[in-house]
Design a protein around this ligand. Structure first.
Ligand code: 0X9
Ligand code: ZN
Length: 475
């Protein structure tokens, strides 16, 4: 397995307890409705209140702080009555969740907030519309963008990416890769829009924006708008609040949480073995086709150096670990990247996204994408929880959300372009192997300028040192 970065020695320990609350067990035969269900922000002051509140809801929404303090959840009319009787302080965020869904459906049926010909980011888009828009962007700039099918979901839907890279620039050289995806959780509707916005800007502004031009020349950018296509389709046709994939668990419950199914510390704290749970980990690591397709894609692209798994909501910038409160060996680097991303987001519309590791900045979660990407693959894996007080915020939130995420995502591209120029990958296979050592020595002996690793303009002993350093760091 390729190592993409070097590891400072570190001792790892796992402890902690799951915090997210739980399931929606039954499988609907018709469209699931939420008549009279409320989105509520509860404020709990004691462990006793916390236990009571968690027992009253089966659908916690923001978990960015399930614990003592305030957090959001959905309450059915009966659950809400019990909440009122409990004396726990709360604030109703949405009186009738179904009314919001009905309104959204009516608007979408009418062709979107801005009409069929309106701006694409003015309203949420269904699976077909997203796929069509990828094709549209590719048709616009086939020299920069292409569509790739990575594999199929459990129900056989394509999982596809748009690849954005100017292959005519430095042809044949390996370039560092950035992988961005949305919709690991089906109901997080702002996330495919956010990543599609990035694709849109990169393709459309290449000619006019020198900064983006440079990034598209130097970095290979992969954008996967819909990681979980079965779940996403389900949110459009059956249950707008569906989170997981559509695995039939065989016990009357459906769905594995893809973001508990990754194979690094799978099954640790913050993941459930109960198939009805919203954080069901699945029967084994990588039991789910969506995770396997993604894993195989990453294994086949050893140049990938950074990753962002876009989720909603909570205004957070996250990185490993999710399975342990211990900080990762690269915490100083993640911390520095996180602060810059935070500043960039803040500068766009004044929203403050709080940076930190998953476990401490949101809650314990094991088998998450960032832990596998980083812990197994040595990729600088980050994740957003976007803005929005709910999973289907007003469509007026789409554009500002996408606009603020964009410069932070581009910082990831900028950073890998600077950190991982792949200069020591002498044979341009995007891997660091013994062949690069041999290749370097041969190039050096032949006086090939590619052996000028320190960029001094001449070949000397410093190039050996520069090569060894770059090789060791996979740069
Ligand atoms: O529970 C999750 O998987 C994430 N929260 S969410 O509300 N989007 O479901 C948090 C765990 C890791 N976070 C991210 N990768 N964003
Ligand atoms: Zn999510």
């Amino acid at each position: 397995m390729p190592t993409r970065l070097t590891w400072p020695a570190v001792a790892l320990a796992a402890f902690g307890a799951p915090c997210t609350a739980q399931p929606m067990a039954s499988e609907p035969s018709a469209v699931v409705r939420f008549d009279g269900h409320k989105a509520v922000r509860v404020t709990v002051h004691t462990l006793r209140e916390l236990r009571t509140a968690l027992a009253l809801t089966d659908d916690v929404w923001t978990c960015a702080g399930v614990g003592i303090g305030s957090w959001d959840a959905r309450f059915s009319p009966e659950q809400f009555t019990a909440l009122r009787l409990s004396g726990i302080p709360f604030e109703v965020l949405e009186e009738n969740i179904q009314a919001g869904i009905d309104e959204m459906n009516a608007r979408l049926r009418a062709g979107g907030a801005a009409g069929r010909d309106g701006p694409w980011f003015a309203d949420y888009k269904n699976p077909v519309q997203i796929s069509d828009y990828v094709d549209e962007l590719v048709a616009l700039r086939p020299d920069l963008a292409s569509r790739r099918t990575l594999g199929q979901s459990l129900e056989g839907r394509d999982i596809y990416a748009i690849r954005i890279c100017n292959d005519a620039h430095n042809p044949g050289r390996c370039k560092p890769g950035l992988l961005i995806h949305g919709t690991q959780h089906a109901r997080e509707w702002i996330t495919p829009m956010t990543v599609m916005y990035a694709a849109d800007r990169l393709v459309r502004d290449y000619d006019t924006d020198p900064y983006l031009h440079d990034l598209v020349d130097r970095v290979e950018i992969w954008i996967i708008p819909v990681f979980n296509p079965d779940g996403y389709q389900h949110t459009w046709s059956v249950n707008a609040n569906w989170r997981k994939n559509r695995r039939n668990n065989g016990d009357g419950s459906f769905g594995v949480d893809n973001n508990r199914n990754w194979g690094h510390e799978w099954g640790g704290p913050g993941a459930s073995a109960n198939p009805s749970s919203e954080i069901y980990r699945g029967p084994a690591p990588f039991s789910e086709p969506e995770n396997r397709v993604f894993r195989d894609f990453v294994l086949a692209h050893p140049n990938i150096r950074s990753h962002n798994d876009v989720h909603s909501y909570g205004q957070l910038i996250l990185w490993p670990w999710g399975y342990t409160p211990q900080v990762s060996p690269h915490e100083p680097t993640f911390g520095a990247i996180g602060q810059i991303m935070r500043a960039r987001i803040l500068a766009v519309h004044g929203r403050d996204y709080r940076p930190g590791p998953v476990y401490t900045n949101i809650y314990p979660a094991s088998g998450v994408s960032v832990d596998w990407m980083y812990g197994d693959q040595g990729i600088y894996a980050l994740s957003f929880e976007m803005r929005g007080g709910g999973f289907h915020p007003s469509p007026t939130q789409i554009l500002p959300g996408a606009e603020e995420a964009f410069p932070a995502l581009m910082y990831q591209a900028e950073w890998i372009a600077a950190e991982f120029p792949f200069r020591a990958d002498i044979n341009d296979d995007c891997r660091y192997t013994i062949d690069d050592y041999i290749g370097f020595q041969t190039a050096f002996a032949l006086g090939d300028p590619r052996a000028d690793l320190d960029g001094s303009g001449s070949l000397n002993v410093n190039d050996f040192t520069a090569f060894q350093t770059a090789f060791a760091l996979r740069r």
